[in-house]
Design a protein around this ligand. Sequence first.
Ligand SMILES: NC(=O)c1ccc[n+]([C@@H]2O[C@H](COP(=O)([O-])OP(=O)(O)OC[C@H]3O[C@@H](n4cnc5c(N)ncnc54)[C@H](OP(=O)(O)O)[C@@H]3O)[C@@H](O)[C@H]2O)c1
Length: 295
Amino acid sequence: MQGSSHRPLAGRTVLITGGSRGLGAATARRLAGMGAEVVVTYRQRAEEAEAVVEACRTLTAGARAEQLDLLEEDSVRALFERLQAAGTELDVVIANAAATAFKPLLELKLHQIDKTFAISVRHFLLLAQLAFPLLEPRGGRIIAVSGADTVGYIPGHGLLAAAKSSMETLVRYLACELGPLGVTAVGVLPGYIDTESIRLMAGPYHEKLQAAEELTHPLRHAASPEDASEAVALLCLDEARWLNGQIVNNDGGGLFAYMGRFGHAWAMVPDAAVGTAPPDTTDAPMLQRTDPPTR
Ligand SMILES: NC(=O)c1ccc[n+]([C@@H]2O[C@H](COP(=O)([O-])OP(=O)(O)OC[C@H]3O[C@@H](n4cnc5c(N)ncnc54)[C@H](OP(=O)(O)O)[C@@H]3O)[C@@H](O)[C@H]2O)c1
């Protein structure tokens, strides 16, 4: 388990579910750049997964794609049978894939509840159980990707938030149960990331959502998958071992800043909505400006 500082993950093997696009793909590319051999899984988009793998191979040899449908127990079992048969050992498993129905709770169908919980709870735990024998010889780590909807209300996210909250609880229990056996578990909790799923969720409001991030996020930026992959990669390092059992925010300070960002939200309400003439906001103390303060 030695690696150079430039390629600190040299000799490591990392499995990333949902690596064909979004955060999973960006994480795979970043980890390959740090020296890791990556195994990316996809559900349907084999070509996109292959393109990710090609990019990873230019950075570190051995990258490969595997089909995995987390809705199907057999598919999870079959993946680990293939890995076992190939003699694969794992240093890190990143449970990143997710899918849900973004709807108000009263509109949800039972099959949507079952599917969301199958991916993020039932088969997340099965994945952890089946991955454990491959992780144990290397003192490996399970990283679970949660989301901001477990800490604050996001319209249409109640179901996914419920599943991800359960996943976070499983991470804490895995940390306690597997820690004595040398395997650690940690959760990572991103805020906004500009991916296909958030574009689907926000629909026609995506541009406004993105603009709101750029105007009000503490870093004045709408996070890309590459931005969000930075902290996920940090959690793969040996030095993150003492984060065992933690759910680590990966939001650039955006979540803590939400109450403060309220100060920008009112400024973005169109004047017509409150029926007043455009106000003079020059001296509005709540409007935090981006230009440097004058002394
Ligand atoms: N985007 C955000 O703003 C945001 C914020 C907080 C947390 N997160 C979390 O970050 C993670 C990645 O999100 P993302 O936005 O990058 O996702 P995404 O762009 O929607 O990509 C989803 C990935 O999961 C795979 N997938 C979908 N259904 C699957 C299934 N049934 N079994 C196995 N794999 C499946 C997809 O494979 P195919 O390409 O083959 O379909 C794809 O690789 C998720 O856990 C999400 O909840 C995202």
